[in-house]
Write a protein that binds this ligand. Structure first.
Ligand code: ADE
Length: 418
């Protein structure tokens, strides 16, 4: 079996942690049980480019049990859990190509290794696998039935490809499922981003000025949780609607120029580049802490930060000090990469349960329906989304009401009024 992981000796610990995560992934477990019986992915080769975590491991095991032949590569150079990668190889016999801290060349070499299985389905997080396949491995396009995409940034990239007519197979935008972005993006990113910042720095959030760039679903979660820990949360936005929402949610909304002057901690989650840049570094207070929780490490202009610094040193794991002329220090966490995965363990398994249930069922859907799909980006079919919500509620022991016949009739009638 082909693989490239840090150290197979870590496999035992990885296996224990994968099993621990499985305890909170009951929806995926139910899908796994049905996959074992029906083998909906038999004969399918699936290349996955995902953060290599305990939750991803449980998804891979489910897909394998559904009959798929797999290859897994990391979707970020700094998000791999090396013990999980080792366990996937040693105990679950899943070819895995991922080493935490790998350089850019190794990252892309690993993507190519996963593509070497000649996939029928791609499962991507950020669209690097799809873009590599479309630009460097065009010969493989003929085999592909379809793909899935996990994240907002990836969906935006793939929609741009579809608009340019560059996309050569259909994609299911898992991110857009309600059971994905309402929960994973908001509660998952909310908790895991705070977790990453605290693990990296051990600082108290209470009383700090905590600047969140962006007010999409991920930012909303981070802002909500930072407020819950007593921080003074400031939002920056470019979208008037989202800014208005932030104002009415009770947050202070400022331009980044203004926020830069008062912030103690800054987190970017915009999906855009150079959101915090030279002009902002100039007006920041000494000791300001910068982190990113957006998909790519382009939101903070790190090259400009480097240029403005006379001394750069590691002061703790995942914390680099940039010392500037005049003696001011700015601290950058996790190389500006996803802080929740770089310094913590990513989203908790209970939310990934729903995200990955969507992934598993979307892979099955592609297998069954690819002939009817165009080279475009599709939402997860509504019945799949609703089924996952029902199963999740059930697994949490929460019961809800159902409509009475009278209520159903009322909702379908337009004659009853005042
Ligand atoms: N993205 C964010 N958190 C994650 C996790 N725990 N596993 C896989 N992908 C993630």
């Amino acid at each position: 079996m082909n693989y490239d992981v840090k150290d197979l000796k870590l496999a035992e610990q990885g296996k224990l942690r994968i099993e621990w995560a499985a305890r909170e992934m009951n929806v995926l477990k139910q899908i796994q049980d049905s996959f074992i019986k029906t083998k909906p992915l038999k004969g399918i080769k699936l290349a996955a480019c995902l953060h290599v975590t305990t939750e991803t491991a449980n998804l891979m095991i489910t897909l394998r049990d559904g009959g798929a032949e797999l290859a897994l590569t990391a979707s970020n150079p700094l998000s791999t859990q090396d013990d999980v990668a080792a366990a996937l190889v040693k105990y679950y016999e899943i070819p895995t190509f991922a080493i935490k801290g790998e350089d850019n060349d190794t990252y892309y070499k690993h993507l190519h290794s996963a593509l070497d299985i000649k996939p029928h389905i791609t499962m991507d997080d950020g669209a690097d696998l799809v873009s590599t396949l479309h630009s460097k491995r065009k010969d493989l396009l003929q085999n592909v039935l379809g793909g899935t995409e996990e994240t907002t940034t990836g969906v935006i990239r793939l929609k741009a490809m579809a608009k340019d007519k560059a996309l050569k197979y259909p994609i299911i935008a898992v991110n857009n499922a309600k059971t994905k972005h309402f929960f994973d993006n908001r509660y998952g990113t909310g908790q895991s981003t705070i977790d990453g910042i605290i693990r990296a720095t051990n600082i108290l959030l209470a009383g700090k000025y905590f600047v969140v760039a962006g007010y999409g679903w991920c930012s909303k979660g981070v802002a909500m949780r930072a407020r819950g820990m007593g921080a003074n949360v400031v939002i920056t936005e470019v979208d008037p609607l989202k800014a208005l929402e932030a104002v009415m949610d009770g947050f202070t909304v400022l331009s980044m120029n203004e926020a830069a002057k008062i912030g103690d901690i800054f987190v970017t989650l915009t999906g855009n580049k150079s959101v915090i840049r030279g002009e902002h570094f100039k007006s920041m207070k000494s000791g300001a802490i910068l982190a990113n929780s957006g998909h790519f490490n382009v939101e903070i202009d790190i090259p400009a930060l480097k240029k403005m610094s006379k001394k750069i040193r590691n002061v703790r794991e995942f914390v680099v000090e940039y010392k500037m002329n005049g003696g001011k220090s700015i601290f950058l966490l996790g190389e500006g990469r996803l802080i929740n995965l770089a310094a913590a363990e990513g989203h908790p398994s209970s939310v990934m349960d729903m995200s990955f249930a969507n992934q598993a069922l979307s892979a099955k859907y592609i297998r069954e329906h690819h002939k009817k799909l165009q080279m475009d980006v599709y939402d997860v079919p509504e019945p799949i989304d609703m089924k996952i919500a029902e199963l999740k509620l059930k697994s949490m022991g929460t019961k809800i009401d159902s409509l009475t016949p009278l209520q159903e009739k009322y909702l379908n009638s337009w004659k009853e009024g005042t």
